[in-house]
Write a protein that binds this ligand. Structure first.
Ligand code: TK8
Length: 338
């Protein structure tokens, strides 16, 4: 081999070795991702969106930029979902409960007392059942990437402590825009009023509603303690959040870009769950310090509430489909080591 040929061969080898990198660079186009969410920037949701945004920018060499828009500035969950479906917005994170009108299987996550711990929640959401429910989204124009933790929900109100079922009688309680929540709280005797989260603080402040239910983190970050005196630890349901992408937009991305989003979503999920759990662990003391009066339910009252609430299970099962319901129960038995 003469020098020229050897050089040519070397150059060809180098080019071959570089080929994947070159394709990779071309595979990532400048992208602007409008990412909407409902809580404020200083919430567990806001912090995790930031982690997602940073991960996407880093992995794409700054080409893919995430514009995070919190505090429902792009509208409540239901409005953002429609914007994603239509392709007017790229991404969001929101409650699975507000998605039920689009994908009925999401109602599974509204089942009162479905899981007993965050460990069970992670196992069921990240396992085959969670994936199966998520797989129902694309036919509706949405792509689900990961579930985040919103958390176990607890009851607050401005009237009196709720320590037994009867205390809920006549309380005007804001619920998410979702039939399971509406039915659940009607069954408990409350006067349930569906409202978007973005209208909740002022509804509590003006007395349009007396109470609401959300995880400790949200009661803290949304400053509900300013307008709510009583907090009853009910843990009546575990709520997930879900990170969604517009399918219209997603389908135009390269495989590399899709992978960047999926990986960043997974990293944000791991961060978010840890951050949320750390904060939840401290939140009760913080809320007490802010002047909230907190009460636990006795085991007997807890059981009564649970019994009453699980009356809605039959209708959830019918809505999500008996097969999915039974598979979920079997999966939970497996997770619990049964
Ligand atoms: C925030 C909501 C909130 C949910 C609710 O956008 O509506 O009460 O718990 O987290 O998704």
């Amino acid at each position: 081999m003469n020098t020229t040929r050897r050089l040519l061969a070397a150059a060809a080898a180098t080019m071959l070795a570089c080929a994947p990198l070159a394709t990779l660079a071309q595979d990532i186009k400048p992208r602007l991702i409008r990412f909407g969410y409902g809580l404020n920037e200083q919430s567990n949701q806001g912090r995790a969106v930031k982690v997602f945004a940073d991960a996407v920018e880093k992995a794409s060499g700054g080409k893919m930029k995430v514009r995070a828009i919190g505090a429902a500035a792009l509208g409540p969950d239901t409005q953002m979902q429609q914007a994603l479906i239509g392709g007017a917005q790229e991404m969001m994170v929101g409650s699975t409960a507000t998605l039920v009108g689009i994908t009925k299987e999401m109602a599974l996550w509204d089942t009162p007392f479905l899981v007993n711990s965050v460990k069970e929640a992670d196992a069921v959401l990240d396992g085959p059942i969670g994936q199966k429910v998520m797989a129902k989204l694309p036919e509706k124009g949405l792509v689900g990437l990961v579930y985040w933790e919103n958390g176990f929900r607890n009851l607050t109100n401005s009237k009196h402590p709720v320590s037994k079922l009867e205390d809920l009688n006549g309380i005007k309680l804001r619920v998410m825009q979702n039939n399971v929540f509406l039915e659940s709280f009607k069954t408990l005797g409350a006067n349930a009023v569906p409202l978007p989260f973005s209208e909740l603080f002022s509804a509590l402040e003006t007395g349009t509603v007396d109470g609401q239910e959300n995880p400790f983190n949200t009661i803290l970050s949304s400053k509900f303690y300013e307008v709510q005196k009583y907090l009853s630890v009910t843990n009546h349901v575990y709520s997930p959040w879900i990170v969604l992408v517009s399918k219209k937009w997603w389908d135009g991305l390269s495989k590399t870009e899709q992978k960047i989003l999926q990986d960043a979503a997974s990293a944000s999920r791991d961060f978010e769950r840890k951050d949320t759990r750390d904060e939840a662990g401290r939140a009760l003391a913080d809320l007490k310090a802010k002047g909230m009066q907190i009460n636990e339910l006795t085991p007997a009252e807890s059981a009564r509430m649970r019994d009453r609430l699980t009356r809605v299970n039959a209708s959830i099962a019918a809505n999500v489909g008996m097969d999915l319901w039974n598979e979920t129960q079997a999966e939970l038995t497996k997770i619990r080591g049964g």
